[in-house]
Design a protein around this ligand. Structure first.
Ligand code: DQA
Length: 147
């Protein structure tokens, strides 16, 4: 059983990309913290970033057969454009949370529509890198065997 964290295009530039919007934490720092947070609780967490829509679609398909029980996804710009990624998540039927570092609702109007939010169990935005950790805490709680 594992959790998959997916990052969309340009998130590989985190740390130097518009730090006033996205903060100064790098993607490897975010990933390392999430892997450790999950490992400390006995759960495997895998991460994947791509700038290519098809690669993200393929990774979501792979999740159906590799033991992934929950997905945390920041689709980045594909949030606002990608029916293909939306259909992939619907197709594998793995529950997911949508995360954005910035508060997309106080940015440009084109960022205020998401192809994912109505399928997501929840959406976290505007809390920077902390949002990923909060999504992970939710995933761990949701996957924990009933007490
Ligand atoms: C983002 C918000 C998107 O609108 C943008 O295209 C991104 C990052 C965020 O994390 O705030 O690349 O998903």
């Amino acid at each position: 059983m594992s959790i998959l964290v997916l990052h969309g295009p340009n998130l590989n530039l985190l740390g130097t990309r518009e730090p006033q919007v996205y903060g100064s934490t790098t993607l490897s720092q975010i990933d390392a913290e999430l892997v450790k947070f999950a490992a400390d609780r006995g759960i495997e967490l895998r991460t994947f970033q791509s700038n290519h829509e098809g690669a993200l679609v393929d990774r979501i398909h792979q999740a159906r057969d590799d033991g992934t029980r929950f997905i945390i996804i920041n689709p980045a710009a594909y949030t606002h454009t990608s029916v293909a990624l939306r259909d992939a998540l619907a197709g594998v039927a793995i529950p997911f949370v949508e995360v954005h570092l910035s508060n997309v609702h106080r940015r440009e109007p084109f960022r205020q529509h998401s192809y994912f939010s109505d399928l997501a169990e929840g959406v976290i935005c505007g809390l920077g890198a902390t949002g990923y950790r909060l999504a992970l805490e939710y995933a761990l709680e949701r996957l924990a065997p009933a007490a």
